[in-house]
Write a protein that binds this ligand. Structure first.
Ligand code: GH3
Ligand code: MG
Ligand code: MG
Length: 588
């Protein structure tokens, strides 16, 4: 309490102990804690919800994509199987023509004439040509003899046909020859199908070779693809692309699929597999094997496009989570601000009070506990303020009393002059001052003559009145710079600064006369007293208070001895005593 009263003093002495209010400790503030808590409380459930729903949806969508691709590749594989079986059937039908065996038999075994051979050859060529024209899946139909030489061909200038190994053994066994698909420059993938042609007695006459292309199956595959983004490709286990959809992209598709991907597909036969296709695009695909063949149909889709829905879903849920977070964060921030602002006001108010400023009234802006706390705080500060005002008033009163006490302690109550103890201090001070400045001063000791008798005659009250009046007279007679005190009883002492002995005697004489002339009775009684005065002067009669008092007292004694009502200067010679007229003393 007292510390607060002193205000500034409190600040300087107790500064280190002053509480430090958290103006800048943002990370430690309640507001930050509320925001962090709200964000954590939102992030954990919303992110986990988002994750669960995202994972579920992704699973569902990717299953859907896989199913779509699997269905497509399986359907296409069935179509390819059917198509290929039809082609095999075609070739068997072509080869079973009587025209072929008859003419071949003619050429090889009946030693015909040259013209007959030419006719047979032409017939064969015509047959092959006409069949070839009707069946577009074949690039070329040719007849080869057992030595592998072309006997006749549908093509004008026949390319040498790539016959598979051991074709002759297969043909001799009466079995169909199936070559591996291969790439023909400028034409795409082709494949050789051969059917042995047998004459009478099971003789092998030659082989009808059909060079099959895959253009028509490519077009069929295209009809399967509803989704523009999906591509179908017919591939061999060796990685060769036979056909594909869309046909417009066929040129690009001629490149083989990456070998490890093909291997993976053929070993597992499922999907989906994510991989970079021959053009370097990131795709996702499935494969279905074509029954009885080392071929498979790959259905693939651009991965980005396939998963676009999933990505959209992920982004949407992320956006939702972010929006929820921002909303909750904002609410938490506002709540924090709503709580912290009145707290901040309260804190600053408390800081001012702690610094000694009690003129604080924190506005109550909320009806919450903080508002109540603020009201209590304001009430407390008001009480403190009242207490301080009361104390200030009490202090002021005390100060007045102190002054009064001080005055009383140095004042004689009867005469209003200074008392003896003050006199002794003043005398010591005057001695020191005059010594320092090397200046004189004079001391008078004055005693009322025969005062005992006065009391006895007129009573003590009259004696008191006479003392009081003598005091007033002294106060009115002396100069401002002079000093008068009641030494005790009916004795007074005067200090006259800057005054030499003669001047001192003159003043004493003047006072003596005035006392003698003054009416001392209170109720009109013509009472009078006389005084005797001893005079001592500094430095002439002494240089310290004690010797000066002693010398003045001796002079006073001398004045009494000489008959009273007179002034005697210390050490005054006999000559002066004789010159002086004896005074009247009987009035006392
Ligand atoms: P002298 O001329 O030798 O000084 O004679 P005196 O009677 O004055 O001397 P003394 O010392 O014998 O007497 C002093 C008297 O002063 C005694 C006392 O009654 C009186 N006196 C001292 N103080 C007071 C006071 O306060 N009031 C009154 N009424 N009288 C006082
Ligand atoms: Mg006396
Ligand atoms: Mg006396």
């Amino acid at each position: 309490m007292f510390d607060i009263l002193l205000g500034d003093a409190y600040l300087t002495t107790e500064d280190q102990n002053k509480p430090h209010f958290p103006h800048t400790a943002h990370w430690n503030s309640i507001k930050t804690k509320i925001i962090v808590f709200a964000v954590i409380a939102t992030v954990i459930p919303s992110v986990s919800m988002w994750w669960v729903s995202y994972v579920q949806n992704r699973k569902f969508l990717s299953e859907k994509i896989t199913q779509e691709l699997m269905d497509l590749s399986a359907q296409a594989a069935r179509e390819v199987d059917l198509w290929f079986k039809e082609r095999l059937y075609d070739v068997r039908v072509f080869s079973s023509s009587y025209l072929l065996s008859e003419n071949l038999e003619k050429i090889f075994f009946t030693n015909p004439r040259q013209t007959e051979t030419a006719v047979a050859l032409r017939r064969l060529k015509d047959y092959l040509g006409s069949v070839r024209e009707k069946f577009i899946p074949y690039d070329e139909l040719a007849l080869i003899d057992v030595q592998g030489n072309t006997v006749a061909s549908s093509a004008a200038s026949s390319n040498p046909v790539n016959m598979p190994e051991k074709w002759l053994e297969t043909a001799q066994a009466g079995k169909r020859i199936l070559g591996e698909p291969y790439r023909e420059e400028g034409n795409g993938a082709v494949m050789v199908i051969g059917e042995p042609i047998q004459g009478g007695q099971g003789r092998l006459l030659g082989v009808l070779v059909a060079k099959l292309n895959f253009h028509t199956i490519g077009s069929s595959l295209e009809s399967y693809v509803q989704d523009q983004e999906v591509e179908l490709q017919l591939v061999t286990r060796g990685g060769l692309l036979l056909a594909g959809s869309p046909a417009a992209r066929l040129e690009a598709m001629k490149r083989v699929l990456p070998k490890p991907i093909v291997e993976k597909f053929f070993s597992g036969e499922t999907g989906p597999l994510g991989f970079n296709d021959s053009e370097g695009r990131k795709v996702v695909g499935t494969l279905k094997k074509v029954p009885e063949l080392n071929w498979g149909v790959v259905a693939k889709k651009d991965r980005e496009k396939a998963y676009a829905q999933i990505v959209r879903l992920r982004n949407l849920t992320l956006l939702l989570v972010a929006a929820v977070l921002v909303g909750i964060g904002l609410c938490a921030y506002l709540l924090g601000v709503a709580m912290v602002r009145p707290l901040g006001l309260l804190t600053r108010g408390a800081a001012r009070v702690s610094a000694g400023d009690l003129e604080v009234d924190v506005p109550v802006r909320t009806r919450t506990e903080i508002g109540y706390l603020t009201e209590v705080f304001n009430h407390m500060v008001a009480k403190l303020r009242e207490g301080r005002q009361e104390l200030a008033a009490a202090n002021e009163a005390l100060l007045g009393k102190n002054k009064q006490l001080e005055h009383l302690s140095i004042t004689d109550s009867l005469t209003g002059l200074f008392n003896r103890s003050h006199l002794m201090d003043t005398l010591a001070g005057e001695v020191a001052r005059s010594r320092r400045h090397n200046r004189p001063f004079t001391l008078l000791i004055m005693d009322i003559d025969r005062f005992k008798r006065f009391n006895d005659t007129h009573g003590h009250l009259a004696g008191d009145e006479a003392l009081r009046r003598t005091g007033f007279l002294l106060r009115d007679t002396i100069r401002n710079c002079d000093y008068a005190a009641r030494y005790g009883g009916e004795e007074f002492v005067l200090i006259l600064p800057e005054t030499g002995p003669e001047q001192g005697v003159e003043t004493a004489e003047r006072i003596r006369k005035q006392v003698a002339e003054q009416e001392m009775g209170s109720d009109g009684e013509p009472l009078r007293v006389t005084v005797s005065v001893g005079v001592a002067s500094f430095p002439r009669d002494g240089e310290d208070p004690r010797s000066l008092m002693k010398r003045a007292d001796a002079a006073l004694y001398e004045a009494k001895r000489r008959g009273r009502n007179r002034v005697v200067l210390s050490g005054e010679g006999r000559k002066r005593k004789q010159q002086e007229t004896p005074r009247q003393v009987q009035s006392a």
